[in-house]
Design a protein around this ligand. Structure first.
Ligand SMILES: Nc1nc2c(ncn2[C@@H]2O[C@H](COP(=O)(O)OP(=O)(O)OP(=O)(O)O)[C@@H](O)[C@H]2O)c(=O)[nH]1
Ligand SMILES: [Mg+2]
Length: 323
């Protein structure tokens, strides 16, 4: 082979390689234009990293027995933000719109149900985290909320089983706010109220014994379905005293372990909208989720129950802070 031919072959090979690289780069560039869209469903824990890494995020873990109103509460929070700002926070987006919409579908009157209802949350803690991005005009800043919607069936198994609690609900350790729901309908029922509260006390004890309650976690105790509590209180005056005792019990039992403890009375979806507004009490709860002012201890309550809790709350404050 002449020297000239050899140079020509080398040049041709080089041109081929350059062309191949150009083609591959074009293909890669084309792929760079393909963005994976978020699926919009509720997230798994490891899918939340992108959110927590980018912005200040508060992780809210809701727990309570099946049917106490967890899904309704989360869904109503989302729906209320669609209409109006709450506590100076405006809805600024969500990575889990589909997850919210699937849950909200059955609560809308247009879905044709006589009473609004939410689908029963399926068991297992995967695909159960909902996301809200909020914007505060006053602070000119964003706040991300990740809110769990686990199934209530799952908690029954962990009560009094510390090892299982560690295994299955390690996620609680990451909670900024642990929200314990007590079913207001059960509280209003003479035969069932003691059992409902006892179960919640034991659940919290298991969580603490399992080392899942971090000292920076705020504890929000929520009496749900307050519309029922309010209505039944008219005939059954013992409900007021009972609820007063419930708070005392939580304070006595857990006052030393919990740095911030608040009680809330909430009706996410009252059956009679003339009696209470949809989302009654949720604005105060949201405030606890976004602000998380440590050191404030108290009872966020309705007028109906107001006087009863003052002294107990003060006692707790004195015990916890010595002031
Ligand atoms: N009266 C009244 N009913 C409510 C309220 N909130 C929820 N409910 C009803 O309580 C029932 C159970 O609510 P869910 O939100 O599905 O309960 P959950 O805790 O998510 O239940 P699981 O998914 O099974 O763990 C539904 O029929 C709701 O409509 C309320 O504020 N008032
Ligand atoms: Mg549910």
């Amino acid at each position: 082979m002449s020297e000239e031919t050899s140079i020509h072959i080398e040049e041709t090979a080089e041109r081929d390689i350059v062309e191949q690289i150009d083609t591959q780069t074009e293909v890669l560039d084309a792929h760079d234009d393909i963005f994976e869209l978020p699926h919009g469903n509720a997230l798994e824990l490891d899918e939340t990293y992108e959110i927590t890494a980018a912005n200040k995020t508060n992780f809210i873990v809701l727990i309570g027995p099946a049917g106490c109103g967890k899904t309704t509460l989360v869904t109503t929070v989302y729906q209320m933000f669609q209409k109006n700002p709450m506590e100076d926070y405006y809805f600024a987006g969500s990575r889990t719109l589909l997850g919210f919409e699937q849950r909200a579908f059955l609560t809308r009157t247009t879905s044709g149900h006589a009473f609004p209802d939410t689908p029963k949350t399926r068991r297992g803690i995967s695909d159960s985290i909902l996301h809200l991005k909020l914007y505060s005009v006053i602070r000119d800043s964003f706040k991300e909320l990740l809110i769990t919607d686990f199934s209530g069936e799952d908690y029954k198994a962990i009560i009094a089983n510390v090892n299982l609690a560690k295994e299955e609900f390690g996620v609680i350790k990451r909670a900024d706010n642990l929200v314990l729901l007590i079913d207001g309908e059960l509280v209003s029922n003479k035969k069932r109220r003691n059992g409902a509260v006892q179960e919640t006390l034991e659940l919290l004890k298991t969580i603490i014994d399992a080392g899942l309650f971090s000292n920076r976690t705020c504890l929000d105790i929520v009496i749900s379905k307050y519309d029922i509590v309010k209505e039944r209180s008219i005939e059954d005056s013992a409900i007021k005293d009972f609820l007063s005792n419930v708070q005392q019990k939580f304070i006595n039992k857990f006052g030393n372990e919990v740095m911030k403890l608040n009680f809330y009375y909430v009706s996410a979806m009252p059956k009679d909208k003339n009696q209470l507004n949809i989302g009654y009490g949720l604005d105060k709860l949201i405030n606890s989720w976004v602000e998380r002012k440590m050191g404030s201890v108290g009872v966020i309550q309705s007028n109906l129950l107001k006087q009863d809790f003052k002294s107990e709350f003060n006692l707790f404050k004195i015990r916890t802070y010595g002031v």
